[in-house]
Design a protein around this ligand. Structure first.
Ligand code: PHE
Length: 373
């Protein structure tokens, strides 16, 4: 009530013609865009004097209301015209129009959202796997995708007539020759290059510059001249690992892998635990005899996962020939032993996310990719 009475008083105190007179006088004095803006706010704006007059109309007796409204309207029209004239005179309107043309922002338009991508499943798995090994003290190193036959085969004790060297199993290219850092080369005439068929060349490359004890992993892309199917690609990824010291045993290997798999799959295990009755402690590792030229004995590694044994990698105790190729002396070799392993990254992804076909990881189909953001 108090405010209403105040407003009424104002109208009485400031009759419209007096208001107009004051407005015209002030407008004549406003000569800059700032001053004009201020004037517009004071008189024509949302909280300006004219608006106040209109708002106070309802306080007036009905008989008076119409006349006052008409008068106020007329004054308003006049003031608007005068204001526009003043704007033109001071060049304000034109400048403003120009500014509007160049920086128009329609704040009512819906925003443009920036799509946020995410790391590809393969990169994410490599990060996850290397994180776990790193937490167990393993170094993370990388090797070249384009290898010499020396590092890919000879240094790993793979004989010259091994089928994996066949033209039909490996991508070969022509380039200049290379000798291992330890000065050993099995076939001086083989100057070809190939796309590495496994990450195992990383074993010899690492040992050329590191002495035991050590533990390391080599993640990376590998290639085989192979027909692609559900579980094979001509391009895929592996994680190689190695741990060598005075008394590193196959039991250490089993222990480390058990920790690794349980860490890697613990979230699926706990999510599905109730369904399959598997708890995170229950991924078990089994080793079966196998053969690789660079390990002796060699193992096929299986893990017990959701009621099945799944083959997940190849492994074994590092063959003394491999130490020799890395440049270790007979005396050094006599004092060390260790394990090496290599497994497919895509296989781990397929198990983890229940993806039935590894080719889905590479076709770039957003319907697939977006499921894993
Ligand atoms: N390099 C082997 C493969 O690609 C796996 C392996 C690595 C086996 C290390 C033994 C030791 O199949």
């Amino acid at each position: 009530m108090v405010t209403k009475r105040k407003q009424q008083k104002k109208v009485v105190k400031t009759p419209i013609l007096a208001l107009k007179k004051a407005a015209v006088k002030k407008l004549a004095a406003a000569k800059t865009s700032v001053a004009l803006d201020q004037w517009e706010r004071d008189y024509l704006g949302r909280k300006g004097a004219i608006r106040e007059v209109f708002q106070s109309l309802k306080e007036l007796p009905e008989a008076k209301r119409k006349a006052v409204a008409q008068e106020a309207n007329a004054v308003r029209t006049e003031l608007v015209a005068l204001f526009e004239k003043a704007q033109k005179k001071h060049g304000v309107g034109i400048a403003e129009k120009r500014a509007l043309k160049t920086h128009t922002i329609d704040v009512t338009l819906p925003g443009v959202s920036t799509p946020v991508g995410h790391i590809h499943l393969v990169s994410r798995m490599i990060e996850r796997v290397t994180d776990i090994f790193s937490s167990m003290g393993f170094d993370i190193v990388e090797g070249p995708d384009i290898e010499s036959p020396y590092y890919n085969f000879d240094a790993l004790n793979v004989p010259a007539d091994h089928p994996s060297r066949d033209l039909w199993d490996t991508f070969w290219m022509q380039e200049a020759g290379e000798i291992g850092r330890a000065g050993r080369i099995a076939n001086q005439n083989d100057s070809r290059r190939l796309l590495r068929t496994h990450t195992s060349p990383g074993q010899v490359r690492y040992m050329e510059t590191h002495k035991p004890p050590f533990r390391m992993v080599v993640p990376g892309r590998t290639y085989r001249f192979e027909n692609a199917d559900r579980t094979h690609g001509f391009e895929f990824h592996q994680i190689e690992g190695m741990m060598v010291g005075p008394n590193i045993s196959a039991a250490n290997f089993k222990g480390i892998l058990t920790v690794f798999f349980n860490t890697l799959f613990c979230d699926i295990q706990s999510a599905q635990g109730s369904k399959t009755n598997v708890t995170s402690e229950q991924i078990k590792v089994r080793l079966r005899p196998s053969f690789f030229p660079f390990t002796e004995p060699s193992f096929e590694v299986f893990m017990w996962f959701q009621g099945r044994w799944l083959e997940v990698m190849g492994a074994g105790m590092v063959h003394p020939e491999v130490y020799k190729h890395a440049g270790y002396s007979a005396g050094e070799i006599a004092k060390i032993q260790g394990f090496a392993f290599g497994g497919g990254i895509e296989r781990l992804i397929m198990i983890k996310h229940q993806i039935p076909d590894m080719r889905l990881l590479y076709v770039g189909d957003l319907r697939v990719i977006r499921q894993f953001s």
